[in-house]
Design a protein around this ligand. Structure first.
Ligand code: SF4
Length: 591
């Protein structure tokens, strides 16, 4: 049935596997082999895809699959206590199946619910604001084998957390109005208007949207495609969750405008796995738009056909990189492509493709409706318009804030009720960590660029624990394609673990800088190029924090040499001085 729903299309392999995972709890070997034959792809491809994505599993994980969010903000809100309660009450160990095989419990990096954590996903459905008592109730219902549909409905409600609406969030547009305006002016004038607005991609890189669309439109190809990147996986970012909930029409209309400009008939919205619970809502909006002739054949009576398909991700941070996302759309592992050629000319099926972020498409819709001057009325010369920020961490009012570009960090801190702030991580782990001396800096492409994540840490926080969380995140998300990133992220993880365990020497800090420089310059994609940012930023701004953890100026091993010999001593029944090793190099005679 699932295979037939997806027309046994190998391009939909990830979709088929996501569905099987959802319905049956896993993709065991016999199922994978059957799928390989049915869609006519090598078995190795199916195995490779299942092994690649976090939310696909090579074995069945049970009836209840629980992923507890482990972003640093969830840690700060006590997710470790929640994990302890769940493990205890469910009689299951993290990452291992319960004895009866019915329950699986593990951490996942970030569920896009940092404004209302600690949060978890159970069979893909979110539960926020967890407390130990609520975790106990969840365990009780699971132990009683109660189906999720019988659980209290309010447990699954997610707040929108809209705290400050600027011109974009306050502007509701009637579905179809931007399209009507576009049809009146024609695709070339619409493109010129978007160009005049100076709109830059809101994913963080800030590429000019009109330029991307023009390059794609002018590129030769059998077909052109539109892709919406709704895979916001940067820890601490959740603004797209609200946009997709409240502004889905604007997102789809922006995609339709893009199709009108470049001449596409097919679009895809790639939805991150953690937002899978939004899928039914988005499908319903698409169906309504088709009924209103805003999608499909001869849109609003014009000679223009376009439709949108929603693809679900399966859990891979690197899929947010646009060429990796295209690979995933084609049923492959989300490994970034070698570029050039770029997606604009060689994207989906190697055809011209525009790939833009959710927020960028919303803004395109509003520019088409309200004009470039409306958009240019806010922001700075090089960063026109506004930016949506996902504010979380040590603040009184976490949530979504819309500010004109150029706003200072201090203004945002004042608005969200942050006090005694020690540091702000702007742009997520791959972004920039700043300290109070820099709170006058501006959110903009020319100063602090961000895809939207804005995490606040007060002075009670151990910033090295923050760095450790981010460094573990990158080590877990490296796709393994290139050696500097695959090995380097593990080396950085080991270094920060060693520092936290009190085994590091000054040499460790020098090694971090050297490893970071190699990864940054030799890695294939942005993950490798930015994965050392948390370590480097804090080493530069908070070096005494590191130095206070160093135990010796000499090399200190990262593990207990003498302790490792304990079983041998026990076997040989020796415990004299000669049966023990010193730990330090000077004791060992190395120096
Ligand atoms: Fe994969 Fe890292 Fe290389 Fe990017 S830099 S392709 S994530 S291994």
């Amino acid at each position: 049935r699932i295979l037939d729903e997806h027309r046994r299309d190998p391009l939909r392999l990830v979709q088929i596997l996501v569905r099987i995972q959802h319905d049956y709890g896993g993709c065991p070997p016999a199922v994978r082999d059957y799928i390989a034959k049915a869609v006519n792809v090598p078995q190795a491809q199916v195995h490779g895809v299942v092994e690649f994505y976090h939310f696909l599993s090579p074995e069945r994980l049970g009836d209840y699959r629980i992923y507890l969010s482990d972003n640093i903000t969830d840690r700060m809100l006590g997710n470790e206590r929640i994990m302890a309660v769940l493990q205890q009450d469910l009689q299951v160990r993290r990452g291992q199946p319960r004895a009866d095989g019915r329950v699986h419990l593990d951490y996942t990096s970030c569920t896009g619910l940092c404004d209302q954590g600690p949060a978890l996903l159970v069979n893909g459905r979110p539960i926020t604001r967890l407390t130990p008592a609520l975790a106990g109730e969840i365990a009780e219902r699971i132990n009683a084998a109660e189906p999720l549909d019988a659980w209290p409905a309010h447990w699954f409600q997610v707040e929108e957390s809209l705290r400050l609406a600027g011109p974009v969030l306050a502007a509701r547009s009637e579905p179809g109005r931007a399209l009507q305006a576009a049809f009146q002016q024609g695709p070339e004038r619409l493109l010129k208007e978007i160009d005049r607005s100076g709109l830059r991609g809101r994913g963080g890189a800030g590429f000019r949207t009109a330029l991307k669309w023009r390059v794609s439109r002018d590129a030769p190809g059998k077909a052109h495609y539109v892709v919406c990147n709704a895979d916001e996986g940067e820890p601490g970012t959740f603004k797209d969750r609200t946009l997709l909930t409240r502004f889905a029409d604007e997102v789809f209309e922006g995609m339709t405008l893009g199709a009108y400009v470049i001449g596409a008939e097919q679009g895809f919205l790639y939805l991150r796995a953690e937002y899978g619970w939004l899928y039914p809502h988005l499908v319903a909006v698409l169906a309504r738009r088709r009924a209103e002739h805003l999608l499909g054949h001869q849109i609003l009576g014009h000679d223009f056909n376009f439709d949108i398909d929603i693809h679900l991700g399966a859990g891979a941070y690197v899929a947010g990189e646009e060429s990796a996302l295209i690979e995933s759309l084609e049923g492959q592992r989300a490994v970034p492509r070698t570029r050039p050629p770029y997606t604009a000319t060689h994207g989906y099926l190697h055809q011209p493709t525009i790939c833009n972020n959710v927020e960028t498409f919303v803004k395109t819709t509003l520019i088409a409706r309200n004009g470039a001057d409306w958009f240019l009325a806010s922001g700075t010369r090089h960063s026109p318009g506004t930016k949506l920020l996902s504010v979380s961490g040590d603040v009184a009012r976490p949530g979504i804030y819309e500010y004109p570009f150029g706003v200072s960090v201090q203004t945002i801190l004042d608005a969200c009720g942050a006090t005694d702030t020690q540091a702000v991580q702007v742009g997520g782990p791959s972004g920039t960590c700043i300290t109070p001396l820099e709170f006058g800096r501006a959110i903009s492409f020319e100063d602090l660029s961000t895809g939207g994540s804005f995490m606040v840490f007060n002075r009670s926080r151990d910033m090295l624990a923050v760095v450790q969380n981010f460094t573990h995140f990158f080590a877990g998300e490296s796709c393994g394609f290139c050696t500097p990133c695959r090995v380097g992220t593990q080396l950085l993880r080991q270094s920060i673990d060693k520092i936290m365990a009190g085994h590091a020497s000054a040499r460790e800090l020098a090694d971090i800088a050297e490893t970071a420089s190699t990864i940054r310059s030799m890695s294939h994609c942005g993950l490798g190029q930015t994965c050392a940012n948390p370590l480097l930023d804090t080493l530069q701004r908070m070096r005494p924090l590191y130095e206070s953890r160093l135990t010796s100026l000499d090399f200190v091993p990262g593990f207990d040499l003498d302790g490792a010999l304990a079983p041998a001593r026990e076997l040989s029944r020796r415990d004299d001085a000669a049966a023990h090793l010193g730990q330090r190099c000077d004791e060992l005679g190395c120096i």
